[in-house]
Design a protein around this ligand. Sequence first.
Ligand SMILES: CC(C)(COP(=O)(O)OP(=O)(O)OC[C@H]1O[C@@H](n2cnc3c(N)ncnc32)[C@H](O)[C@@H]1OP(=O)(O)O)[C@@H](O)C(=O)NCCC(=O)NCCS
Length: 474
Amino acid sequence: MRSEENEFVKAEEEAAALAAKVESESKPKEYVDEKLAEQLKSLVISPEVVSGPVVGNHAEEAAHHHHCDCGCEDHDELHKHHDFWNKQPVVMPGKHVGKEFNNPIHIDLKAEDVPKEPVPLPKGYSWTTVDITNATELQEMFKLLEDNYVEDDDNMFRFDYAVEFLRWALMVPGAFPKWNVGIRDTREGIKGTALYNQLVGVITGIPVTVRIHDRVVRMAEINFLCVHKNLRSLKLAPMLIQEVTRQVHLCGMFQAVYTAGVTLPTPFTEARYYHRSLNPKKLVEVGFSSLSRTMTIARAVKLYRLPEKTALVGLRPMEATDVPAVHKLLTQYLAKFDVAFVYTPEEVEHFFLPRPGVMNSYVVEDPTTHALTAFGSFYSLPSTILNNQKHNRLNAAYLYYCVNTRGPISAVVSDLLILAKELKYDVFNCLELMDNATFLKDLKFGPGDGTLHYYFFNWAMPQISPDKLGLVLV
Ligand SMILES: CC(C)(COP(=O)(O)OP(=O)(O)OC[C@H]1O[C@@H](n2cnc3c(N)ncnc32)[C@H](O)[C@@H]1OP(=O)(O)O)[C@@H](O)C(=O)NCCC(=O)NCCS
């Protein structure tokens, strides 16, 4: 464990001890009292300031929209009533978007139409900008996520993004500091305790360029939405979303892309997660995988065994001098998808150069011409294992982007598996987007329970299939 984490654990323990003392001495038992809950729930979410809708997307219409003939799989989920989302410029379920339609839902706001102030928070809570260039504040964000971020349906695992990962994901070229929005607990009653001013909510944005068919849009990529477990169901999430939206608007951008495991109005595509065991014994021990009736541990170990050495001649870690060539490979590859990121060389340098414990990127260099013919990368996203005696951390590698100009991408991914195994990852994950479906079976990936939904804010277009998608959000 890194020393900064140790220190933080100590500080946490002190804070917890102090909090317990304060609570037993004077404070109400519940962290959130009933009155506060009522106050929070009664706060009206003001709809976006909107000008004439381009597609028929009126909130009222959507709210009264009880049935449709869309025949969608997720029908009940999709048609659930959404107090907040039904008032946002997003495609409403069941709304037909014309085949050629590829436009904003609402026209850009004028500067004077963007609210000057954030939506008011309930008493005792304050808006903050999380300064991620400040190690202490980044650590606070890390801790909030470590304890409260995404868990699987059975609450066995929770994502544990490393501090260095957050730095990488958020301190990107052209980042806007104000797009890292937080909520602090500044209730009078806890003044003077270590809990005072604690970060209890966060949402982040980075600027990205996305090509949607033939249109290229500079927009926000929204991530790391998280509310402290003790403050759930109080509509703080919509407030965070509104505030980050306001900050994005203030920078003259009116679209966003985001992903979620949950179904909201309305995904433009969805992709299933696939998993490739690297350490089957541990995966079974922690309940990530289960053995079928005819499978034993010994058989699973044999089934998932990998060669010791990689197969591609000329495979090596990516270096700074490879940036122009990787930029070219990636740009050419992403051009074939309907929706994909457009990267600048600076962004390629930022996102793809290897970073220990965060990003692993490899290139294949032709031994004779020295040209780069392939590229493959994966990022590191461990999970905390909740309630297991033997293990507390699942080391997962996630496939990022992979390009091969001299053969199938399976040849590159096959070597990435070997490299990931060598780096002690337990499992290699990927989504069934881009060309990933072509190698899943051969490389022994199995489908998981999770599906990732992709959304645009203020953009409407017909849905696409995931093999037309060239966007990986971390
Ligand atoms: C996601 C999270 C912030 C939502 O907060 P919450 O306290 O459960 O919900 P709130 O009462 O604040 O808000 C509810 C609204 O937020 C919406 N919402 C919930 N999760 C959302 C998500 N991931 N993205 C966008 N909106 C979301 C709900 O749909 C609902 O709006 P609706 O009435 O229009 O449907 C919180 O559950 C959390 O921190 N979960 C763990 C981390 C996580 O899953 N983050 C999202 C990763 S994509």
